[in-house]
Structures are given as C-alpha cells and as structure tokens.
Design a protein around this ligand. Sequence first.
Ligand code: ARG
Length: 562
Amino acid sequence: MDYKNMFVEDLYDLLKSKIDKSMIRKMIEKPKYEEMGDLAFPCFELAKIYRDSPLNIAADLANKINTSNLYEKIEPVNGYVNVFLNKKEVSSGVVYEVISKKEDYGNLNIGKDGVVTIDFSSPNIAKPFSMGHLRSTVIGNALALIYEKCGFKPIRINHLGDWGTQFGKLIVSYRMWGDEQKVKKNPIKELLNLYIHFHEEAEQNESLNEEARQWFKNLENGNKEALELWKWFRDESVKEFSKIYELIGVQFDSSQGEAFYNDKMEKVVHLLEKKDLLQESEGAKVVQINNELPPCLIKKNDGTTLYATRDLAAAIYRQDTYQFVKSLYVVGNEQTLHFKQLFEVLEKMGYEWHEGLTHVPFGMILKDGKKMSTRKGKVVLLEQVLNEAIELATKNVMEKNPSLESKENVARQVGVGAVIFHDLKNYRLNDIEFSLEDMLRFEGETGPYVQYTHARASSILSKGNYQENNENINITDKEAWTIITSLMVFPDVIKRAFHGNDPSQVAKYLLELSKAFNKFYGSVRILDDYEKKQERLSLVHSVQIVLKEGLRLLGIEAPYKM
Ligand code: ARG
C-alpha cells in the first residue's frame, strides 16, 4: 500500500488537475520534525496559480481532505498541509507488505523488461587494476542491480582496454627487454615495468616510438607474432582481474573489450564516409561536431584507429545485438569530453537510440588529499587493499564474536562490504578519501555497521523463535514509527537511485534505517512482553528483509551472524 500515493490522489482531486500527479508526488516532503506529521505538501507554488496566499491555500486544502482511517489528523502549518498518518493502521500495513513480498518489496516496473547495457569496470590490460576502475566496478554493479529491481534487463559489459598504441609499446619493450619467466610469475607487475621502461628508453631514443607505432599497426593488420604476444598479455591480465572480481562478487555478461571491435571499425568508417561526416585534417580523419566541442578523431594519419573509433563501433554493435533502450557508461569524469563527442557523432549518424546513451561519471579516490596513482613505484595494488580490508575485518570480527563459525567467510563479506559501502555512500561525483580504518568501523556510517545491524536483527529473530505469521500484524509501539516511515519509503528511494544513477541514495537510506532500528532495539525490550513479542518480531523481520535487500542492491552480502 502506497500511503503517499493516497495523499497524492486526494490532493489531485482537490486541485482539479492544475498540477499532475507525478509533480504533486515530487513536491511532497517529509516534515523536518516528527511532531509535525509524516507528509507535508507545500503550497508556495500554488500561490502563483491561485493568486492567493500559501497560508489560505493550505488551510483550504487541509479542510477539504477527508480524514479517513488512514489519516489521524490533517493540519495547515505555515503554508504546508501536514498529514499525520494513523500509526497503527499504517504500521501494520507496511509490515504486512514487506513480509509478504520479502526481497521483492520495492520492485518497480519502470523498465518493462527493456535492456540496459552497462559498460563498467573496463580496466586496461597489462596495467594494474586502479582505484578508478574499482569505483567504476562497484558503481556499475550497483546500478545493474538497481536497474534490475526497476524492471530492466541489465547486460553487464566489461569493455576491457585491450587495444591501442600502448600495445605497440609493450610489444617492443617485451621483445627488447622482456623475460618470459618473470612475466609468467607476476604478469601485471612485470608488464607495467616493461611499459615504464619503454617510456624511459624512448626519452633517449625517439625511434622507439616509431617502432611502437609500427607494431601496433602490425597488430591491427593481424601480424602473427604481434597477435600471439598480445593474446598472452591479455590472458595473463584477465586471470589477475578475475581474482578481484571473484573476491568482490562481480560478474559480467560480456568481456568483449576494445580489441573485439578491430574488424568492425572499417564498416563504421565507411558509414561515416557515406553520410558525408568524415573530413581530412592534417592527414587524419575526423568528424566535426559543433563549435563547442573539438572534432572527434576517427583515424590517425598512419591509418590506425582510436579509442573513439572503437567506442563508435561498440555502441552500434550493442544496439544491434541487444536492442538496448538505455546504455550506460560508468567511467571517470575525466572522460566527459570523450563521451560528449561520442554521443554527438552517433546523433549525427542519425541513430535515434542515441537518446538512451548516458555517461555516468564519478570523482577520484584520494589518499591524503592526493590522487591515488598507479604510475611509477606508487602502485596501489587493489588486491592488496582488499586483502588488507579482509585482514582488518577478521580482527574486528574476532574481537566482537570470538566463537563465530565460518569466520573466514564473514570476514571476507565484511571486509569487501566495507570497501564497497565506503565508495557507494558518497555521491559518485564527489572525490573520496581512502581510509581503511574508517571503512571498517562497526559504528558510524559504514558497511559493517549496516551488516552488523542486519545480523543483530537476524539473531533476535532466532532467539525469539520467530515464526512468520502475517495474519494478525498489529504494531502499536511508539518507538517503531520511525522504522515504519523508513520502511515505507524504500520504493521511493530505489526510484530516486534509478533516476539519478545514484546508489548513494540506497546506502544513505540503509544507514538511516539501521539507526532507527538500533534506537528501537535500545529502548524496547523486544522479547520480554509475551503479548507483544509477535508483532515486534514481525517488525524486526521487516527490517531484516529490507536491510538485506538494500545491501544486495549495492553488491554487498549480509551475513546472518557476525
Ligand atoms: N579502459 C578505459 C580506461 O581505463 C575505460 C573504458 C570505458 N568504456 C568505454 N566504452 N570507453 O580509461
């Protein structure tokens, strides 16, 4: 039952369709203080339409809305219509709904089974998996889950950076200074060394760059030696990346990276030519966009292709293959220009589906206020970071609950959950400061705090021998009301997360619900009163369900014990 919607309907009837329903819904707020009611409708905008004061309008509306058994009281306050819901009715209704729907509570049908392709993670092979790629991975994964909850079919695509001039450099470097055994033993580190070494040497010896260009050209032309080396570098890198994906529980539907489009680019270039969009510029081929954006480079003067060319081919391929209605690119904000150009070119090519394309940018991860760099010696190996998080989580879990079974698994869930939550609780465009200690605290705004609250709820249920029964739910505890209003808005939160491509909505919500629950837990002796036990446990069960589902939407597991 959507109580907010009932209020929307009532207002809509009274306003004689002067504002549409979705607008009314958007305007409804939660009053600042609980004493002021549960929903508030501001009348300031209406003042212009009705040429009357907000105070009068609010008074008039409040007067005309019929109090039903769901509204306890309706009150005009300072230009707002404040509604007090009937606590008992609504509490029981909300808990009933959560328990009967379980993890489907909050499911929306916005997507109508339409496909959304989500391009995320997309690290560059032969390089360490960076913090930026971690952000892309956790944000993209959460968005896939949130879109799925909204009725879309997500296709998760790992657009590996496995093509481009850097592979020419790597091949040259390996042929000159490489050692097979070393690469096999520690592929990413060794390939990075070779890459760095190439740049050092090329500073002395300019001809190396020419040679690298030649080798990339060989690669694009299918030269056997080049392809073999490339394939080997790629396989080794992918193996390393898989360890990380496995650790954090992320899977893809496709890992077709840039190389996959090698034989699909010529067609794109032809298309551009046919549509008269391609122009010569200093020997290179470009598409002029408009006055605000620089031209999009399609082919270099040596005939090799570029990142943008491959993205053009990829977008077209994805539309042909999946017929997406939406297509997201979860990539750092330093690539904003690239995506603007890409989308403009596709529009110029006349593809109507260009409207479904969205760049979902994000900020950086900082350490002591500086960008965490993967260059030179300062490599922060992600696997190492995750393992450290798990280690610290093990310590924390042991302190809290030394007799816990399957400690190892719980520690992994908590350590990884902490890293993911720390990222997702921040609005994605903000830069975030990296601190393992902060992430792993059991108190405060952390993943472990939410997980711990979930475990606490689960353990009360088992201690109280809870038997599910949603026949006679009847919640009367005053302290439960904050929890109820929080449970009630979960579907709205999901909708907002979807509209803003913003998982932080869900993360912040989980913190709020956890706080409300812990307050309840601190002030109500849940199991002591035999008569009230069942209704209280039903409430606890609803919290447990929503916390678990919320965490799942962020890609975080929820242990039952910790
Ligand atoms: N590999 C790229 C990088 O690390 C990100 C690729 C993003 N996806 C895309 N379709 N361009 O910068």
